[in-house]
Design a protein around this ligand. Structure first.
Ligand SMILES: Nc1ncnc2c1ncn2[C@@H]1O[C@H](COP(=O)(O)OP(=O)(O)OP(=O)(O)O)[C@@H](O)[C@H]1O
Ligand SMILES: [Mg+2]
Length: 355
């Protein structure tokens, strides 16, 4: 997870770069930065609000008795559905997660964000967890088990009440059931540190639901200790009205341009189809179309900007551009967008061989 507080040295390098840009480029950089950072709230934020509040209050509930057992919140959704953006937003807006200074003058972070390593092993996860706590491990020969023990110690020592792990799907690639069970057990173990009821925000693809629901003794199951929010795919025609509103907002409010011929049902359906019906991907595509319009110094965004945006985003040839073809666009699968390009690379290789 990146969170928007960049490294001081990055900001300095970016500032030096910015100073070399022409006034027009600087203006575009400013608009792009603002556009990318704008958050679009929807109904699903209400559910996230409730769950983030519940988890936060559950950590404080220990003071008055006991924290409830469900200490993990899983946010599941396909790639581009907006998991990382939403979780970052809901973390950033709560002051309870901000660093604070203890009575002894030490600065602590109540919430520690981290990415799941790839491949996800006990040792890799513990190393990533310690890394997120800025704890250096010099002896790499230490066993995964010992590193895990040190991770738990450090979570306590550094007073981390919450852990946010993104990209947890790395657990799913090619791993054996036994490894899945190990990682599930590790997460469950983190939720049961004696005297330290850690709470977790975990995100990944929907297939993680399988990982949550493993066979075994019920007390081994992580599911019992978790709440799950799913970011479902958008659908047609139900999500046309909300998508139309979002596209209009990005163009008018974020990019300060006029939408032209891009807000009618068929066009919005093309936006959804080209984005695998993923909420965030359709936002991203619309932003690229706006950026394209700005570069062409237009004061409006039209279909040609979406044609250019989709070509850039997908790498497709014109005949496979969902926004360029008149008919049959529903038969074009965005997942195959690079097919023609790949075929053209493969073909000459064969013909050269034959010569
Ligand atoms: N609520 C939102 N408001 C504004 N932009 C959003 C929102 N949700 C997602 N986006 C944009 O959509 C794009 C994809 O979102 P994000 O990276 O959060 O998806 P993801 O589900 O984490 O995908 P992956 O599984 O590939 O990591 C990003 O460019 C992000 O800026
Ligand atoms: Mg993500």
């Amino acid at each position: 997870m990146t969170f928007k507080n960049y490294d001081a040295s990055f900001s300095e390098a970016a500032r030096a770069l910015f100073d070399t840009l022409s006034p027009e480029q600087q203006e575009r950089a400013r608009r792009m930065g603002g556009m990318q950072a704008a958050y679009i709230g929807t109904k699903r934020d209400l559910e996230l609000d409730r769950e983030f509040d519940r988890v936060t209050e559950n950590a404080a509930a220990a003071l008055f008795g006991k924290s409830g057992k469900a200490r993990a919140l899983f946010v599941l959704g396909e790639s581009g559905s907006g998991k990382t953006t939403s979780v970052e937003k809901h973390i950033a807006k709560r002051r309870q997660f901000l660093p604070r200074t203890t009575a002894d003058g030490v600065s602590v972070r109540p919430l520690v964000p981290m990415l799941a390593p790839k491949p996800l092993t006990l040792k890799g996860l513990a190393l990533a967890g310690l890394g997120a706590l800025n704890y250096e491990v010099h002896n790499t020969r230490i066993s995964g088990f010992d590193l895990f023990k040190e991770w738990k110690n450090q979570l306590r020592e550094q007073q981390a009440l919450f852990l946010a792990i993104d990209e947890l799907q790395h657990v799913l690639r090619g791993d054996t059931v036994k490894e899945l069970q190990t990682v599930a057990d590790v997460l469950k173990d983190l939720l049961q540190i004696p005297g330290w009821p850690l709470h977790m925000f975990l995100s990944g693809v929907p297939a993680l639901a399988g990982f949550l629901h493993q066979d075994g003794e019920s007390e081994r199951q992580l599911k019992e200790r978790s709440h799950i929010i799913e970011f479902r795919r958008m659908s047609f025609p139900e999500d046309i009205p909300v998508t139309t509103k979002i596209v209009e907002k990005i163009i008018r409010v974020e990019a300060c341009l006029e939408p032209r011929d891009v807000l009618h049902e068929e066009f919005v359906h093309r936006i959804l189809h080209s984005s695998h019906f993923a909420f965030g991907s359709s936002i991203e595509l619309t932003r690229i179309a706006c950026d394209n319009a700005m570069r062409l110094e237009q004061d409006y965004v039209g279909p040609a900007n979406f044609i250019a945006a989709y070509a850039l985003k997908s790498g497709c040839r014109p005949s496979q551009n969902i926004f360029a073809v008149k008919e049959g666009w529903l038969d074009i699968l965005p997942i195959n967008s690079l097919q023609e390009l790949l075929d053209s690379v493969r073909r000459p290789a064969r013909s050269t061989k034959g010569r």
